[in-house]
Ligand binder design. Structure first.
Ligand code: ADP
Ligand code: MG
Length: 568
């Protein structure tokens, strides 16, 4: 519960105010039966109308006061818990934006969404419950026991035996229901994961026609959840009638003993009826306490899941010198294996050097580590061994913000956000003049945008669902061209373009006066770069320009030959 402790300081006043209201409310509730016993004994039993008025008015006043406290604690509890929830969500989102890439890989976006929504709601409800009923139940319980014993010392034997029996019953039920609820929560998580996965691959599922398999998978998880839910509920639903039965017996015993005591003048009718009301209060508060424990089980799972995010490692610190970057890049004997990966190095003793303004093409088969070179350059991951240098400075010695501002990336998987084309392109410069945006779109050969009805102000759906893969890529290229950075990295950014458009885009990019790293699988895209790096299984397999590589690098020659159509 460290998580709650962290926020407690901020909300302590609201919390204490709510708890004080709850305590006063419980006090008012507790006074009711005692006042009632006075009305019965002195008013009805003693035949005095003025006593009825006297005690009756007090009872009304106390009840009204109790209602006022109940309303206040509800308002206080809701305000405090909701604002706690909002704070927690904000902090979580901030944390997620600032997570180190390896933590993002580990936590997965689907699970992060559930943590930010379901789990935070659970935590908020628990906080709300704490302030509303969690304090009231034990107070009412103990208070009722004390007041009942004060009312009639002899009859309190019944209360003690009732509490002992019910206590044992509750303990047993909790032992049974705790694991049931924990399993229920696990099952719920599994179901959520299945739905998440399906939603992410919805087109694929349709394309492969695996509708029935998906449905079966879901049904399996859903049935599991149903069975666990029933099991957890049975334990809970069994306990309530058993408890009611116990109280019924106790009431009978109280009436029996009460009438005996009344016969010998040791108890009065008012006491007996008040006594019975106290016993009902004890029962309902004990039931509430069981509920609290069950909520606690669920909340504990949520706390763990939220805390895991909070405890994850932050991105690299954004402190240190912010040099003016010209764009020279050097990999010095770099070896790297992914933290959550197979353990095999994805980059192996790789060294190369690019001067500012040069154009480097990286070519190699899939899985050879091309994208990894881009991630290492952006310092999404730290190298395992060796160093990445920009303008001769180790990137670990500069501010991460400055480093990433100096690099414009077109990722392999073009990602667009909901909003207009303009908003997507102007990402790095929201107030850019129209001419600049248009020029970037033209250079990215994204002329189709101007033919849309509302031009650059056309709306894109979430993730760019309403444009094709190639169109997405071109908007994504325009976005990178907009960024005034000395280094431009295109990771397989023209893979969805036809060869003619690709050629045009490449020609436009070669006008750029910046260091360009062009990652590709096609020789046609790589061949007129200043330098070509051939990667194979994370190792340097060739280095030079096109004609040199044709001479010296068998892998390059093979790629080239496989991609050129032989004219007979
Ligand atoms: P390329 O871009 O050349 O297709 P990558 O750089 O994406 O290749 O991947 C190189 C190797 O690193 C592959 O073997 C891949 O399985 C592994 N890899 C890539 N991303 C991750 C990751 N996030 N976690 C673990 N391993 C990864
Ligand atoms: Mg790649």
């Amino acid at each position: 519960m460290k998580l709650y402790a962290r926020y407690f300081g901020k909300y302590k006043y609201g919390f204490f105010a709510a708890v004080i209201c709850v305590a006063l409310e419980a006090l008012c509730d507790l006074m009711g039966p005692t006042l009632m016993s006075h009305i019965i004994n002195e008013g009805i039993g003693g035949g005095s109308v003025s006593a009825v008025y006297y005690w009756g008015l007090r009872m009304i006043f106390i009840t009204a006061l109790g209602a006022v406290f109940a309303v206040s604690r509800n308002i206080l509890a809701s305000r405090t818990s909701q604002s706690f929830g909002a704070d927690l969500r904000y902090d979580l989102f901030k944390k997620i934006l600032n997570l180190r890439q390896e933590s993002c890989d580990r936590l997965e976006s689907g699970s992060l969404i559930i943590r930010m929504t379901n789990d935070v709601t659970q935590l908020t409800q628990f906080a709300n419950g704490t302030m509303r009923i969690f304090f009231k139940a034990p107070l009412t319980c103990v208070g009722s026991i004390v007041l009942a014993s004060m009312l009639n010392f002899r009859m309190s034997v019944i209360v003690y035996s009732l509490v002992a029996v019910v206590g044992v019953l509750l303990f047993i039920s909790m032992r049974l229901s705790h694991p049931a609820f924990r399993r229920l929560q696990k099952s719920m998580d599994k179901l959520n994961t299945t739905v998440e996965e399906y939603l992410m691959g919805v087109r694929l599922v349709k394309a492969f026609g695996t509708y029935n398999e998906e449905l079966d998978r879901f049904r399996e998880k859903n049935d599991d959840l149903y069975r666990k839910g029933v099991r957890a509920q049975i334990v809970i639903t069994l306990i309530s009638p058993i408890l009611t039965l116990a109280v019924g017996f106790a009431t009978g015993a109280a009436l029996l003993l009460g009438s005996r005591l009344f016969g010998v003048g040791l108890a009065q009718p008012g006491e007996i009826s008040a006594f019975i009301v106290y016993m009902t209060q004890i029962l309902s508060s004990l039931l509430m306490i069981t509920n609290i424990f069950n909520t606690f089980v669920r909340t504990r799972a949520s706390v763990e899941r939220v805390s895991e995010v909070i405890a994850s490692e932050n991105d690299f610190v954004n402190a240190g010198p912010e040099p003016k970057i010209k764009g020279g890049i050097e990999f010095r004997n770099v070896t790297f294996s992914y933290p959550g990966g197979s353990g095999l190095p994805s980059i192996n003793h790789l060294s190369f050097n690019v001067k500012p303004g040069e154009r480097l093409a990286i070519i190699g088969p899939t899985g050879s580590g091309k994208s990894t070179v881009a991630w290492l350059l952006l310092r999404l991951y730290d190298v395992t061994d060796g160093a990445v240098l920009i303008d001769g400075i180790d990137i670990r010695d500069m501010a991460v913000g400055a480093l990433r501002r100096a690099i414009a990336l077109v990722p392999q998987k073009a990602t667009l956000f909901s909003g207009t084309v303009r908003e997507n392109v102007n990402w790095s410069d929201p107030d850019a003049p129209d001419e600049k945006t248009e020029a970037a779109l033209k250079d990215a050969e994204a002329d189709f945008v101007f033919r849309m009805k509302r031009g650059a102000d056309s709306l894109l759906g979430s993730g760019g669902v309403n444009v094709s893969g190639g169109q997405k890529q071109r908007i994504s290229i325009a976005r990178a061209l907009m960024k005034d950075s000395p280094i431009l990295v295109l990771d397989d950014a023209t893979s969805a373009l036809d060869p003619i458009t690709e050629k045009k885009v490449k020609a436009n990019i070669s006008k750029e006066k910046r260091t360009v790293i062009l990652i590709t699988q096609r020789c046609s895209a790589a061949m007129d770069a200043d330098k070509i790096l051939v990667l194979d299984e994370g190792e340097l397999a060739g280095w030079g320009n096109h004609s040199e590589l044709l001479e010296t690098c068998p892998i390059y020659r093979e790629i080239y030959e496989s991609q050129t159509v032989e004219v007979v």
